[in-house]
Design a protein around this ligand. Structure first.
Ligand code: SAM
Length: 210
């Protein structure tokens, strides 16, 4: 686990309420839109990598998904999410504190029907970090499974929470995932932070060849 990165995110989640975060979504509409295009059953496994305190988890629970995994480097972030959900709903989720660039637990996951990443991959600047991230997708996402990745677009911010990001478009994400993953849909999306600042994202949906 990269302790400097863990501390960075722990401090942010400690000092701000979930709805003050510059990526907070009351309703994660673009993710919901892409989820609706995935042909998966509610008992199949959905992994939200770098879930933070995301409301996508609330949505999945409310829709009746019964195999949800929330993974994040920050235990504080997942604690915030658990708190919001309350005991009953939180017990429906499998919680994993892990670093996607130095994974200990994520590498044991298999049969993931949907890998969901909003605003995590773009923090991985080093090639070895990106390689590890990709190897986790290849190990864990089943054949015919789906991958949603949302990242700051080429028109987007160059930094978030003081950390540099790598900007993407749908072609770059397709090249990153490789030929085994087919691009099913993508769109540009302007997210507005709680303070009203525009943050251009690209949202992509891929399917792994069956
Ligand atoms: C910008 S936030 C997005 C959170 C969530 N996906 C959302 O849309 O609300 C980035 C998240 O990635 C997590 N993260 C950053 N680096 C990570 C890593 N190396 N491994 C796992 N999680 C990481 C952070 O703790 C944080 O919760």
């Amino acid at each position: 686990m990269n302790n400097a990165i863990k501390e960075h995110w722990d401090e942010i989640y400690e000092s701000l309420d979930a709805d003050e975060l510059t990526w907070y979504e009351e309703i994660p509409e673009p993710s919901i839109r892409l989820l609706s295009e995935c042909h998966i059953n509610k008992d199949e496994t959905v992994l939200d990598v770098g879930a933070g305190a995301s409301t996508f988890i609330d949505y999945l629970i409310d829709q009746g998904f019964s195999n949800i995994i929330a993974a994040d480097i920050s235990e504080i972030a997942l604690g915030r999410l658990k708190e919001r959900l309350g005991k009953e709903k939180a017990s429906l989720v499998k919680w994993i504190v892990d670093d996607i660039t130095e994974p200990v637990h994520i590498q044991n996951l298999r049969d993931i029907a949907l890998w969901h990443d909003r605003a995590v991959l773009h923090f991985l600047l080093q090639e070895n970090q990106r390689r590890t991230y990709l190897s986790m997708i290849k190990k864990s996402v089943k054949k015919g499974g789906y991958v949603i990745i949302a990242a700051f677009s080429l028109k987007g911010a160059k930094k978030c929470t003081g950390l540099e990001v790598r900007n993407y478009d749908h072609n770059m994400l397709g090249e990153f995932l490789g030929k085994e993953f087919v691009l099913l849909d993508y769109f540009d999306y302007i997210y507005h932070t709680p303070a009203g600042m525009p943050r251009p994202y690209v949202y992509t949906l891929f399917r792994r060849n069956p």
